[in-house]
Design a binder for this molecule. Structure first.
Ligand code: ADP
Length: 325
């Protein structure tokens, strides 16, 4: 009994647990709606993970074999900021439809919580993958980068900037395709001034992926280029196991990013070979915003032709063989 009491107290003091909803009951009822007049029942399964204020469970739609990810948040959050973040997420995510974006199915309220029914990504995030594997190979990065560039092209084409692309927000479906998720910080393209104000109130999480111009006072009309910067960081981190500007404090990370102070690690095995083409692509993505390549330019880069790109089947078999559950 004592340890759990202590844990609860620590959670209360640090405020880490208070915003999370409780575990859902074994059956969650979606109320009737115009397109589902009898409502629906989801049978809840394993917990998929916890985020800043959401928890995710598997949910099987009763009477079917279909399993979804149920993302659950409290309907009334103590902090208005969080409630706002969640509203943005719902609004933007529900309008996205792309093979490499976690599909949003529906949202409803039940038991003082809001449930979002999402496409299930049973293989975790790129962060989980790198934690397990230490780093991934260039062919795998080619495969995923084409998909991520496709998702970014789609979002930008719709006037949406994601602004929080990072390994922990990019999930893997059952076939090892990447799916961009978590639209909590996404925004419609807005003027620099509004955006700065918005950013100040929403800036949270890891500093490693944040482009320097977000922190600078002045910015031009290249807002969407922040997602390309983040993609450069993701590619570096996938191949080496850590983000390029990693440092003990956020300020130090920002300084290193401003000064583009990063080094590719020395090779220790042929497995984590990093080609000059890769280095060139990442360097291009980490330039000043107006110079960064757009998604079309990215997929034209020699990085994609200097080595092989796996076929879809190879992604699942090779990864599973190397990492059986
Ligand atoms: P938050 O917005 O609070 O950060 P997340 O969206 O990151 O919450 O979700 C919390 C956790 O739930 C994630 O870290 C991940 O482990 C899991 N998760 C989220 N979406 C999915 C999904 N579509 N499929 C599988 N697991 C998911």
């Amino acid at each position: 009994k004592e340890p759990s009491k202590a844990k609860a107290l620590v959670a209360k003091l640090t405020g880490k647990e208070k915003d999370h909803p409780p575990a859902p009951p074994t059956e969650v009822r979606e109320p009737p709606s115009s397109d589902r007049r009898n409502g629906a029942i989801y049978k809840t399964g394993r917990c998929l993970g916890k985020g800043g204020f959401a928890i995710c469970y598997e949910g099987q739609l009763a009477g079917t074999t279909q399993i979804y990810a149920l993302k659950i948040v409290k309907s009334h959050m103590p902090q208005k900021k969080m409630e706002q973040k969640f509203q943005t997420e719902l609004q933007i995510h529900s309008k996205m439809r792309h093979a490499n974006i976690v599909q949003f199915h529906r949202a409803f309220s039940f038991d003082k919580c809001t449930f979002i029914v999402l496409e299930l990504c049973p293989n975790g995030s790129l962060m989980d993958m790198v934690k397990k594997r230490k780093y991934v190979t260039e062919p795998e990065v080619r495969y995923w980068t084409v998909q991520m560039a496709g998702a970014i092209k789609y979002m930008h084409g719709k006037g949406i900037i994601h602004r929080d692309l990072k390994m922990g927000n990019i999930f893997l479906d059952k076939d090892m395709n990447v799916k961009v998720g978590d639209f909590g910080l996404a925004a419609l393209l807005v003027t620099g001034k509004d955006w700065q104000a918005h950013r100040r109130t929403t800036l949270c999480g890891t500093p490693n992926y944040i482009a320097p111009e977000i922190l600078a006072k002045d910015k031009g009309g290249h807002d969407h280029a922040v997602d390309i910067w983040s993609l450069g960081i993701i590619i570096f981190a996938l191949l080496t196991g850590k983000p390029p500007f990693q440092a003990a404090t956020a300020d130090e990370i920002y300084r290193r990013a401003r000064e583009l102070e990063y080094d590719w690690p020395k090779l220790d095995t042929s497995e984590n070979y990093i080609s000059d083409e890769t280095k060139d692509l990442v360097a291009a993505m980490l330039q000043a915003p107006e110079k960064r390549p757009d998604p079309d330019m990215i997929v034209q880069h020699p990085f994609f032709t200097c080595g092989w790109v796996p076929q879809a089947e190879e992604m699942t078999t090779s990864l599973r063989e190397r990492h059986p559950d």
